[in-house]
Every structure is written in C-alpha cells, then in structure tokens.
Design a protein around this ligand. Structure first.
Ligand SMILES: Nc1ncnc2c1ncn2[C@@H]1O[C@H](COP(=O)(O)OP(=O)(O)OP(=O)(O)O)[C@@H](O)[C@H]1O
Ligand SMILES: [Mg+2]
Length: 191
C-alpha cells in the first residue's frame, strides 16, 4: 500500500507550516522530498514517524509498518564506537564482521574502537545510515542523509541505499536536485 498524506495541517505557535498537504508516497519506490529550508520537511517526517501529531488530516498506509530512520541530527551515543551504536538498534543479530563489511562498503575507514564523537561529520552520517539500513523495516525515512559527504562518497552511498533498500518504500529529504536522478526517485516538492 502506498503511504497517503491527506489534507494535513500543522502549525507551530500560530504559524502554519504544513497547509492542506496531499501527497502519495508509492510503495516500493524511492521518493525525494525537497523544499526550501523551513518548508516543513522534517515536520512531515516526524508526523509520518508518529513523533508529532498533525493539527488535522490523516496519514494512511503506515498502520502496522516498521519505520527506520536517519534523523536530521545523527543521534548517536557519543562515547560508544560505530559498531556499538549500530548494535544498539539492530535487531537482526548481525555479527561485528558483517557490520564492518557494511561500513567498509561505503568507504568508512579508521573508525574502529573509537568513540563516534571523534569521527568527522561525514563519517558519523554514514554510521547513522548503516544503523538505519541494518534495522528491520518496511519504510525507510532519511532526512538529509548525504550531509557532509563529498560527491564521490555520495554516489557510493546512493548505490548502497539503492541496493539495500530495493523494493522498500523510501523517503529521502534532500536539497540537491541531482540526487533525484542518481536515486532514480520520484520528486515531491513542499511549497
Ligand atoms: N517543535 C517546534 N516548535 C516550534 N516551531 C517549530 C518546531 N518544529 C519546527 N518548527 C518550525 O516549523 C518550520 C518548519 O521546520 P522544519 O524543521 O520542518 O523545516 P525543514 O523543511 O525540515 O527545514 P530544513 O531544510 O532547514 O531542515 C520552521 O519555521 C521551524 O522553525
Ligand atoms: Mg529539516
């Protein structure tokens, strides 16, 4: 089933952020969500994840579905290493070796047995991504997952996402139009 957003409204302190929003996220496809800063992309992601209630309107198609996410912030446990962070939410019983394979596939180096607070922004982003990808999910929501990655690394990460999330419903918030082609994604722009 597609995810359908119907007549959604959300205001903060009297300022309307989402106004009568209607969107269809097709099942099993990647959709890019774009829009200028402050148009409500993260707010919509939070509503989809049921972390925030809309003022009115509905979301359909997520009943009983498992969602995995990269949040706008990394939300890592700073004094734990990458493997420990990934293991905290990974419910698939993966070995350390398997997790290392995933991190290496997206070119992460020099991360072992180091608290993640010592890693660069782009390294931390990839840890947060592998943590999301290695969880059990039906729907994947990624809020600016390519932050801090150079062009080459971004392409590598995009190939990894396309391979790993094949057949899953994926929503990716991005500011870069180029990503739509690279991801072979549908585009939804917030006004
Ligand atoms: N909890 C909150 N309380 C008050 N205002 C909020 C809250 N969350 C978001 N807003 C406001 O709602 C608007 C949309 O914020 P949101 O974070 O959804 O935008 P965004 O499209 O994700 O922007 P960006 O591209 O900068 O991440 C902003 O004006 C923001 O200040
Ligand atoms: Mg945002």
């Amino acid at each position: 089933m597609d995810i359908r957003v119907e007549n959604l409204n959300k205001s903060f302190n009297g300022k309307q952020v989402l106004k009568d929003l209607n969107i269809n996220f097709p099942k099993g496809k990647i959709t890019c969500l774009m829009g200028a800063s402050g148009t409500g992309k993260t707010t919509l992601a939070n509503i989809l994840m049921n972390l925030l209630k809309p003022d009115s309107g509905r979301v359909e198609g997520l009943e009983g579905k498992k969602i995995s996410a990269v949040f706008q912030e990394d939300r890592l446990i700073e004094h734990w290493d990458a493997i420990e962070n990934i293991r905290l939410v990974n419910n698939l019983g993966l070995t350390k070796e398997k997790i290392n394979e995933h991190l290496k596939e997206i070119n992460l180096k020099d991360y072992e047995e180091k608290p993640v607070r010592l890693l660069s922004g782009g390294m931390r982003r990839r840890v947060a991504l592998v943590r999301a990808i290695l969880s059990d999910y039906d729907v994947l929501i990624l809020d600016e997952p390519f932050k801090g990655l150079d062009e080459e690394l971004k392409k590598q990460v995009i190939n990894y996402i396309r391979k790993m999330a094949k057949g899953k419903t994926v929503i990716i918030i991005t500011h870069d139009r180029e990503d739509i082609d690279l991801l072979d994604a549908n585009l939804i722009s917030l006004p």
